[in-house]
Ligand binder design. Structure first.
Ligand code: BG6
Length: 510
């Protein structure tokens, strides 16, 4: 396929990344076609990739380079959002090479070294390689070891070698530690980029800017003014085709140690001394380490687990989790978790953080809601106003990314009445919508060597440390009444009671 020229780079544009080859292990899998290739295409479309760029796919399927390109052409384009620019798409496909091979066979890595030498010379990628492991996690350790044995991870003469892995990073604290040990036997911690795709979301990245680029929020961002925080990651979809994985994971492992705790860490973080990767990551890890460990008794009173049951909704019949493909008929796996946690720090002492996440809920809604303390009613005692609602600031992560602040305003008319109104900022209104898979920034940063948005080993371990008491109690005491919430509902009644006992309520879903 002939290489096409791309239009010139406009002025005032972010700089393209430097020369490099991205090697994707698991190149015939879902992640590659759904996310990675569309994200690389989007970077190319935004003129953020240089001409000295290449992709090498590695997978077990015996395919020629041409056959692999044809397959990517067919499957990849389906997942590119917006209108496909044929010049850029062809520019990208012409830079893709393929190598069939078994990931456990040392011969694969010898052939990979030869392929990389050739691609590197042809495309002038400067000996800089990113190894993206889009494979089952059980292969992470073996692949990195074999790469090291083939001398592919050694960084010399200013060239970089980086390894990208996706969650799950272990299934509990011990296995997370073992994985970290295994990886760092073959590569330096600084070469390992652990992806949490939540940190690729613009609104999540915006939390730090929002908190630290504005003078008005930081002074009230503490226990004196904040009553509590609610972090919600609600999904409308069920477990879909991932029953086999999910049965062994459950909602707690799947969502808490990485996604929800990253949102918690960014909400509660102390100002770092700079935006340098380790300065930010040090502070995030401190927050996670400060999560107060739950005692066995507290696990029973401060956490709730749930599993969805069958329901008939306006949209039709929704199957129970236990009826989903590859799920055991009597499964005890949780598809919903709610927890009340405290951060043992000066700033947050006594402020509850209520976290919840579940599948098959009423609506897809991810947000962080900061509820402030109520104003005293004293001035209104001679009016018809009998209560004042608290101010709530909501950082909406998806959908309708934005930020809103709720406050009381006088309802027009002769008497004093207070109504709640929302001041709303919608990302799209101000900045427009750019088609994005959420992986663009992460890939761009990784190629640039900026690890700020990636998980460090200590932060992953701190996340697991905080969920271990819950995992331990839950595995010792099987759930009693699963399924305990209807598909399409707001979750189990026990989760509502968890907040009701504190005189509070969850924000409604929808
Ligand atoms: C993944 C989990 O990490 O995140 C899935 O394994 C979950 O179970 C997904 O559905 C949610 O991501 P998003 O971006 O759709 O909120």
């Amino acid at each position: 396929m002939a290489t096409k020229e791309r239009p010139a780079i406009p002025e005032n544009h972010p700089l393209p990344v430097g020369p490099c080859t991205v090697v994707i292990f698991g190149a015939s899998g879902d992640l590659t076609k759904r996310k990675l290739v569309p994200a690389i295409y989007n970077l190319a479309r935004e003129r953020l990739l240089p001409d000295s760029f290449a992709v090498v796919g590695v997978a077990t399927s015996q395919l020629s380079v041409e056959a692999f390109r044809e397959r990517l052409d067919r499957e990849g384009r389906e997942h590119v959002s917006g209108e496909l620019d044929p010049t850029i798409w062809e520019w990208l496909l012409s830079r893709v090479t393929y190598l069939p091979g078994d990931f456990r066979d040392p011969g694969t890595y010898d052939r990979l070294a030869a392929t990389l030498a050739q691609v590197d010379a042809e495309r002038k990628t400067g000996g800089n390689f990113i190894f993206y492991l889009a494979t089952p996690p059980t292969l992470f350790g073996a692949i990195v070891r074999k790469l090291a044995e083939a001398s592919l991870v050694r960084e010399e003469a200013g060239r970089f070698r980086r390894i990208v892995i996706e969650k799950p990073f272990g299934t509990d604290l011990d296995s997370a530690r073992a994985l970290n040990r295994e990886l760092t036997e073959s590569a330096d911690e600084g070469q390992i980029y652990r992806i949490d795709h939540y940190l690729g979301k613009e609104t999540v990245q915006n939390i730090l800017v929002f908190r630290f680029a504005n003078g008005i929020f930081e002074p009230i961002w503490n226990r004196r003014y904040i009553d509590h925080v609610q972090i919600t990651v609600a999904e409308e979809l069920g477990v879909e085709q991932r029953g086999a994985y999910y049965e062994g994971a459950g909602a707690l492992r799947d969502m808490f140690p990485i996604h929800l705790f990253q949102l918690l860490a960014l909400t509660a973080i102390e100002p770092p001394i700079s935006f340098a990767a380790d300065a930010v990551r040090d502070e995030k890890t401190k927050v996670l380490r400060a999560i107060k460990p739950l005692t066995g008794e507290e696990v029973l009173t401060s956490t709730v687990r749930g599993q969805y049951g069958e329901a008939v909704t306006q949209g039709g019949r929704l199957a129970a989790y236990r009826a989903e493909p590859k799920v055991a008929a009597g499964s005890a796996t949780e598809t919903y978790v709610a927890a009340k946690l405290f951060i043992d720090s000066w700033r947050w002492a006594g402020v509850p953080f209520y976290l919840r996440s579940g599948k098959r809920l009423a609506r897809r809604q991810s947000e962080i809601a900061i509820q402030f303390k109520r104003a005293p009613l004293v001035l209104f005692r001679d009016t018809s106003v009998s209560r004042l609602d608290p101010n709530v600031m909501v950082i909406r992560i998806q959908p309708e990314e934005g930020i809103s602040v709720r406050f009381g305003a006088k309802v027009p008319g002769p008497s004093v009445r207070v109504g709640n109104v929302d001041m709303d900022f919608l990302y799209e209104d101000y900045f427009g919508a750019t088609p994005s898979t959420g992986y663009e920034t992460l890939l761009y940063d990784c190629i640039n060597g900026d690890a700020t948005l990636f998980q460090r080993a200590d932060s992953v371990e701190a996340g697991w440390q905080a969920v271990m008491p819950i995992l331990d109690v839950w595995s010792a005491i099987p759930p009693r009444a699963f399924p305990n919430y209807a598909a399409g509902s707001s979750g189990p009644a026990e989760a509502d009671q968890l907040l009701a006992r504190d005189g509070r309520a969850w924000r409604s879903l929808g």
